[in-house]
Write a protein that binds this ligand. Structure first.
Ligand code: M6R
Length: 608
């Protein structure tokens, strides 16, 4: 995610901003910038790429003199990574400057309104809209202008703001995006995350939603959205810097698992408007959606598994035939792409070599290509005809969790949209599915909070030689991901099988004590799955079952049962995967493996 640092005090601001931003680098970013007030004007330097470039451009901050400044590392959301789209952003006469973390969901509406008043925009970002909106409402009182824009903006934001007319003040405000402030020895500092501030102070104020801070070099005042002063108490941070970078979590993988509720919400909420699914970036008319004859999903690893899950949904719900292929196979198999085939390439990084080659191959053959991508401005995002972003934020652990969850959500939205447009889902059906979708974040959180139970179970299997995952239909797709999660980070051999296939070979591998994880989330397949559980138990397997709340029948057969909350039958993957991710994670750390950077693996596979 983006990073914010701001400083007002007796020292030169730029070196402090650079230092603070460097402490936020671990979060991932694609561009960086600073704005510093030099006594006469606010100077901005920003650039696409690493912080090193900003450092060089400003000679370590020397060429940007001044004791009031804001800095930013950007993870692109609106508009590709570029010098122009990098923060900070000015208003038209460069008297107001803003850095922003978060997403302004109604920015297009606000932009149109401002354009109608003669405002012009230099960038594609939602942040520039904030700067111009401040300009629109600013009548000499910064606090008033800030509260006015808070009433107009929908979405999430943490902002650092400088007004040239108020050169002794630094403003900050937040809603649904973290922000902290602290008294340093030589002044006051704001930051989006603890590591940026720890070198200067350990006593910080956590800004709550819709709170505003006005700081001078010596004072700090807090206000609510009605401009009323509020009292706040500071908190002493005892973490070491390493722990702080992981937000207090032991590993990035655990942190990212806990970010799943937010990744899910951020991916669906901007695309649900007035009870309907609106995916503008799809760029397809209803007529074009109705003309789709086939969907071909192409991806690698976990992204491929989300494609496997969504096949059942596109086919079951929208009645569109789907083929799912591994990118490394697709690119060399002379695929048949008839007219009316929509190719969907799924990728977290947007740089996976095989997926990119598959995209090029599909385009060469005349297919329309939709990318489902997490990294804005990545190669797949740029080269696809249309791109639907997953808003999971930067993922650092090699084993994907939150990007995987966001990919599932993107495909649920597409499947529901296609089904609705093609007359396979009526208003009531859509409304009920959207209700279930909105429940997913809190349900995921509940499952995550049950982690100790999984940890205890995982500790019994640290010495396992192999583990099997079985399921039918969507549950087979979940099993594939559960199996990959376990093997890639714990180095225990594991395999996923369509439960009906067991008898065709695999069952000969089951012996006394072999762990078999059975996933049963599809009620019409419960009985079949229970027969499969009985079969492996007869051969000595120990069975861990993951099933829906209420399916207590399974307790008669399985040895250990984990229940997931009730949801739409097509969304169960989003819940059933949580205990399986936790299982892989706890086995890995129990064995002492490097869970965030497993051996032989890279986060982004940019070579074939
Ligand atoms: O960046 P991508 O989504 O294209 O990456 C695809 C796979 O390399 C990735 O999902 C990989 O399987 C992960 N390590 C799984 O956790």
């Amino acid at each position: 995610m983006c990073g914010i640092v701001g400083y007002i005090g007796d020292e030169q601001a730029a070196p402090i901003l650079l230092d603070g931003l460097s402490r936020l680098e671990y979060r991932g970013y694609d561009s960086a910038g600073m704005a510093v007030y030099d006594g006469q004007k606010i100077n901005v330097v920003k650039s696409k790429g690493r912080l090193k470039i900003l450092n060089e451009l400003t000679h370590g901050g020397e060429t940007l003199p001044g004791m009031l400044g804001i800095g930013h590392t950007r993870w692109a959301t609106h508009g590709e990574p570029s010098d122009t789209n990098a923060h900070p952003h000015y208003n038209s006469d460069e008297s107001i400057v803003v850095v922003h973390n978060g997403i302004i969901e109604n920015y297009l509406k606000l932009k149109k309104k401002l354009e109608a008043h003669g405002y012009e925009f230099r960038s594609e970002t939602d942040t520039e809209v904030i700067a111009q909106l401040l300009d629109f409402y600013y009548k000499g009182n910064p606090l008033q202008a800030i509260t006015k824009i808070m009433h107009r903006m929908e979405g999430s934001y943490a902002l650092g703001i400088i007004f040239k007319d108020h050169p002794d003040e630094l403003y900050a405000v937040r809603k649904d995006s973290p922000l902290i402030v602290g008294h340093a020895k030589t002044g006051n500092i704001i930051a989006s995350d603890v590591p940026a501030i720890l070198r200067y102070t350990r006593d910080v104020y956590f800004i709550e939603n819709e709170e505003i801070v006005r700081m001078t070099k010596d004072t700090m005042e807090f206000f609510n959205v009605d401009e009323e002063p509020i009292e706040k108490t500071s908190t002493r941070i005892e973490w070491d810097v390493n722990a702080a970078e992981k937000g207090g979590y032991e590993h990035f993988m655990l942190k990212e698992m806990y970010e799943q509720p937010k990744a899910i919400t951020d991916t669906f909420s901007p695309r649900i408007k007035d009870g309907k699914i609106v995916i503008e970036e799809l760029g397809m008319t209803d007529e074009e959606i109705r003309a789709i004859k086939k969907i071909m999903i192409v991806a690698c690893g976990s992204a491929y598994h989300t494609g496997m899950t969504s096949k059942y949904i596109y086919e079951g719900l929208a009645r569109i035939p789907v083929e799912v292929d591994l990118a490394s196979e697709f690119r060399y198999r002379n695929p048949i792409l008839e007219e009316g085939t929509l190719v969907i390439i799924i990728s977290q990084s947007g740089e996976t070599a095989d997926s990119l080659a598959a995209l090029r191959e599909a385009k060469k053959r005349g297919a329309r290509v939709l990318g489902i991508v997490n990294v804005v401005g990545s190669s797949i995002a740029r080269e696809a005809d249309n791109v639907m972003y997953t808003w999971a934020g930067p993922e650092i652990a090699v084993a994907t969790t939150k990007a995987y969850s966001a990919q599932l959500i993107a495909q649920y939205l597409l499947a529901m949209k296609f089904a609705y447009v093609r007359g396979k889902l009526d208003d009531a059906g859509l409304a009920s599915m959207l209700d279930d979708l909105r429940e997913l974040p809190s349900q995921v959180e509940m499952l995550l909070n049950n982690k100790e139970k999984i940890q205890k179970f995982a500790n019994r299997y640290l010495a396992a030689r192999e583990v099997f995952f079985i399921g039918r239909g969507i549950d087979y797709a979940i099993s594939m991901e559960g199996s990959l999660k376990l093997k890639e980070i714990s180095y225990i051999h594991s395999e996923a099988y369509a439960a009906g296939e067991l008898k065709h070979g695999t069952i000969s591998l089951i012996e006394d004590g072999t762990l078999v994880t059975a996933v049963l989330t599809q009620p019409d397949l419960y009985k079949k799955m229970i027969s499969n559980i009985v079969e492996v138990k007869t051969r000595g397997a120990f069975v861990l079952a993951v099933t829906n709340t209420g399916n207590t029948e399974v307790e008669k057969t399985a040895d250990y049962v984990i229940y997931i909350p009730e949801t739409n039958r097509y969304f169960t993957n989003s819940l059933a995967i949580i205990p399986l991710q936790l299982f892989g994670y706890y086995v890995s750390i129990g064995k002492g493996c490097d869970v965030d950077k497993p051996r032989n693996l890279a986060k982004s596979v940019t070579v074939e």
